[in-house]
Design a protein around this ligand. Structure first.
Ligand code: ATR
Length: 290
């Protein structure tokens, strides 16, 4: 990588930001396409709140081309932007900013990135399908919105805190009136009641991450054609992914979503198609080294 006076900067704001794989993925992509760009992580703390405001202002002041936004800033950043595209507004979170001639526009590529990778790896499209989503946090919200836009038959949201699932369901029921949206507590025997006809089950909770307990899923009650999907990518193969594979079910890991949410951002910043293979290889290398 050669940095000159022409090199354009793209980055990520997060707290923490040390573990992000985005710099490795994007810098590998810039190298592969010989783009004069560099991707840098910026540790932007959530307190004082004025730090995020100043950081966003710096995108303009420093003529930075684009930015990814990660935890805990995805929601708060919205108020500092000039424009927010409709999808990100509906989801209420921004993970990608584009600086076009001094105007900052926010996008959310998480849900679309998730669905793209799921389709690429398994052929799954949501239309008329029965889907179970575990979790009701920020990640669930983005994925739920993308999935509901694909007109499934039904969605069941399973969460440890049922009120959070109920709130999410109530909000989306208003927007997607024809789709059955139910909620249950995140407990194996309750999920089991919905497992028999599930075409897809998605874990969006942090359960299964390195050092955390696993989700207890009724894998044995899922139909043989169903897909088990986990957005966790550390470890690459979580307990539920291993159990589903052992039963012969199709699986989808979190690596695909990571790469594709980044790839959509890459395309917004550069106007070029992202080399997703290169990005995946770069992310995989780091994940395997750990
Ligand atoms: P994210 O943006 O990654 O989705 P989040 O908004 O904090 O993060 O949401 C985390 C999700 O994981 C929530 O659904 C959370 O359940 P609660 O709403 O009950 O908090 C879920 N989660 C986290 N730790 C969990 C645990 N130990 N057991 C069950 N669910 C858990």
């Amino acid at each position: 990588m050669k940095i000159t006076g022409h090199t354009r900067i793209i980055g990520i704001f997060g707290d923490p930001v040390e573990h992000t794989l985005s710099p490795v993925m994007h810098n590998a992509a810039f190298d592969a396409l010989e783009l004069d760009m560099v991707y840098v992580p910026f540790h932007v703390r959530s307190k004082p709140a004025s730090d995020l405001k100043a950081a966003v202002a710096s995108i303009k002041a420093l003529n930075i081309l684009g930015m990814n936004i990660t935890v805990p800033h995805k929601e708060t950043v919205i108020k500092y932007l000039d424009e927010v595209d409709e999808y990100a507004r509906e989801v209420g979170a921004v993970n990608t900013i584009v600086n076009k001639g001094g105007r900052l526009t926010g996008y959310n590529t998480d849900g679309a990135g998730y669905l793209l990778s799921l389709r690429e790896e398994t052929g799954f499209v949501p239309k008329d399908k029965n889907i179970i989503i575990l979790g009701a946090g920020g990640a669930a919200r983005s994925i739920l919105y993308a999935v509901l836009s694909g007109k499934p038959r039904s969605v069941v949201i399973a969460n440890r805190t049922i009120e959070r699932a109920d709130d999410l369901a109530a909000e989306f029921k208003g927007r997607f009136k024809k789709i059955s949206i139910k909620t249950v507590l995140l407990e194996k025997h309750l999920i089991k009641e919905h497992a028999w006809n599930a075409d897809l089950i998605i874990n969006t909770t942090s359960l299964g991450m390195m050092g955390r307990g696993a989700v207890d899923l009724p894998i044995e009650n899922l139909p043989g054609h169903s897909i088990v999907s986990d957005i966790v990518y550390r470890p690459l193969k979580t307990t539920i992914i291993k159990k589903a594979a052992a039963r012969g079910l199709a699986t989808h890991t979190g690596l695909g979503m990571l790469v594709h949410q980044g790839a959509i951002g890459f395309e917004l910043w550069t106007g070029q198609m992202a080399p997703t293979e290169v990005m995946m290889k770069a992310a995989l290398k780091v994940l395997r080294e750990k």
